[in-house]
Design a protein around this ligand. Structure first.
Ligand code: ATP
Ligand code: MG
Length: 216
């Protein structure tokens, strides 16, 4: 493929990347929310968008199946970032990675006591590093979704999850007790494509950089 393939996930990342693409003169011809197509054309014959699961975007770009993509910092840390160039924080899909516990659970006391903490999360690497740096002993339990359920059923004492408004936590009687790190989405570029397709990719990266400054 001579043109450019961009890997995006449906939802907030697709929606919030649209204005940046528009600034670069790229307009997808279909909306992934209503279309079932996974390959979407754009107004530019040399640019297409592939719709991937959020956690798969780094994999597509790493192996060159897509030249460019957008992925959350959470996803990038869990993936490891091999084969990826990460030139730009797009400052979109912003939220916070947090430790949350049931209301009334004395997290600080448990941490001070040095007791073991059972933590359920989708983000094993982030959670492992966080608690290791605090010197807290944890048993990590891998989940794939609905983390809020874990402390309510006795599966875990705490969760590590993304929080934006806190409404989901509140609805399940949980509270965020610690921020692990702020999260936003980044542009990811295949390292080989950056060299081989510099003429097409260079201007897109430049416009994105300028657009991020204006929009943010
Ligand atoms: P799924 O929801 O289908 O299981 P996912 O959680 O991986 O998949 P999204 O919910 O679309 O996918 O999240 C994509 C990215 O957006 C995440 O990797 C994260 O960086 C960011 N994100 C997730 N939740 C929020 C949120 N509540 N507010 C802002 N950004 C978020
Ligand atoms: Mg989600």
């Amino acid at each position: 493929m001579n043109g450019i393939t961009i890997a995006l996930s449906k939802g907030r990342i697709f929606d919030e990347t649209l204005p940046l693409l528009a600034a670069a003169g790229i307009v997808p011809t279909e909306d992934p929310e209503t279309s079932r197509k996974l390959i979407i054309g754009t107004n530019r014959p040399d640019v297409r968008v592939v719709i991937v699961r959020a956690t798969d975007a780094p994999t597509y770009v790493q192996y060159g199946a897509a030249d460019l993509g957008v992925a959350g910092k959470d996803v990038l840390i869990e993936h490891g970032g091999a084969g990826l160039y990460q030139p730009l924080d797009l400052k979109i899909a912003k939220c916070r990675m947090c430790v949350a516990v049931p209301q009334g659970f004395d997290y600080d006391h448990v941490v001070r006591q040095g007791a073991r903490l059972k933590v359920a999360t989708k983000y094993l690497n982030i959670a492992r590093n966080h608690f290791a740096s605090k010197g807290v002993h944890v048993d990590l339990i891998k989940l794939y979704g609905s983390m809020e359920l874990a402390p309510l059923t006795g599966l875990a004492d705490a969760i590590v999850d993304l929080v934006s408004t806190g409404n989901t936590l509140k609805a399940n009687n949980l509270v965020a007790v610690e921020e692990v790190m702020p999260i936003s989405s980044r542009l990811i570029v295949n390292q080989a494509a950056l060299k081989l397709k510099r003429e097409t990719l260079g201007p897109i990266l430049e416009v994105f950089t300028q657009a991020v400054e204006k929009i943010a």
